[in-house]
Design a protein around this ligand. Structure first.
Ligand SMILES: C[S@@+](CC[C@H](N)C(=O)[O-])C[C@H]1O[C@@H](n2cnc3c(N)ncnc32)[C@H](O)[C@@H]1O
Ligand SMILES: Nc1nc2[nH]cc(C(=O)O)c2c(=O)[nH]1
Ligand code: SF4
Ligand SMILES: [Mg+2]
Length: 275
């Protein structure tokens, strides 16, 4: 099981990036950290690999199904210096580090953290929604572009918001919808790093949008995007919900010639924190 000496998540930020003190505390570079723990990589081509997870807080999107609610809808974190983060990583055994969030590439200091981890010989995976490109030592860009089925609407708002609030000017329905796909950033990421494209599938209706996005990406990217780089992942933060989505997602993977990825951590530990 995950380690018990995790980070205390104390301060709460309201902005996309955590809070105003993010970045540097005096001369010390810092990141808003929601949790830091040892587990098995649960998703994608490296599923099953012992890994240390560093979860930053703050996101530029608001997926209704986000399984890391306290990094997006209600960001909660402690500010940690890069030195402290690296020490916490070194205190665990894994050779693989997964930098996730929230959206880790929102934070400029994620680059410096990845450099320090790379200098120490760690394999780095970055879990990203694909809307931001940064130049950093990334061994695997695990990109999960968000489909229309992720958009929070009055009917699917985890806060149970009244319709006018989720739809209005500053409401997340529009903001999410406008920001969720950035072809330029997506293209820059696949050109710069070994990558996987990991789509969250809720049902059959997601497939036309996946195919269209792949066509667009293949049209602009200078590198091949092979069907085997495309993974379908069932939507579900709990075992109960996964039981509803995984078989159809697996059938769709077979039908379209894409890969299927399980959510091993949900099978093993359901929705427990630090797993
Ligand atoms: C919490 S996100 C953090 C990284 C980044 N913001 C992103 O979305 O890729 C980590 C991974 O969990 C996936 N995810 C989040 N909620 C999910 C859910 N309810 N079911 C399946 N996958 C989910 C995301 O698509 C992403 O691949
Ligand atoms: N075990 C485990 N594997 C994961 N792979 C990607 C995760 C993420 O939240 O980014 C994740 C996670 O939260 N737990
Ligand atoms: S992009 Fe990732 S962290 Fe942000 S809301 Fe969606 S699943 Fe959550
Ligand atoms: Mg997760």
């Amino acid at each position: 099981m995950p380690v018990s000496d995790s980070v205390d998540a104390e301060s709460t930020g309201t902005g996309d990036r955590g809070d105003a003190t993010e970045g540097r505390d005096g001369d010390v570079p810092t990141l808003p950290i929601n949790e830091l723990f040892a587990s098995l990589q649960g998703e994608g081509t490296l599923a099953g690999v012992p890994s240390t997870f560093v979860r930053t807080s703050g996101c530029n999107l608001r997926c209704w199904f986000c399984d890391s609610y306290h990094t997006s809808w209600e960001p909660t974190h402690a500010m940690m210096s890069l030195e402290e983060i690296v020490a916490e990583v070194e205190a665990r055994d894994a050779d693989h580090v997964v930098l996730t969030g929230g959206e880790p590439l929102l934070h400029e200091e994620s680059v410096a953290l990845l450099e320090r981890l790379d200098d120490r010989g760690y394999h780095t995976t970055v879990e990203t929604n694909g809307t931001i490109h940064r130049d950093a030592p990334i061994d695997l860009a695990s990109i999960s572009p968000k489909l229309e089925s992720s958009t929070p609407t009055p009917e699917r708002d985890p806060r149970g918001e009244i319709p006018s609030e989720s739809q209005g000017e500053g409401g997340w329905e529009k903001r999410h919808e406008n920001a969720r796909i950035d072809l330029e950033a997506l293209s820059a990421l696949v050109e710069a790093y070994p990558f996987q494209l990991k789509f969250v599938v809720t049902d059959d209706d997601d497939m036309p949008e996946i195919l269209e996005l792949l066509e667009d990406l293949r049209g602009v990217a200078d590198v091949p995007v092979r069907d085997e780089d495309v993974l379908l992942m069932p939507e579900g933060a709990t075992r109960e919900r996964l039981a509803e989505t995984r078989n159809r997602t697996a059938e769709l993977a077979m039908e379209y010639g894409f890969r299927y990825t399980p959510r091993l951590h949900v099978d093993l530990w359901n929705d427990a924190p630090e797993t």
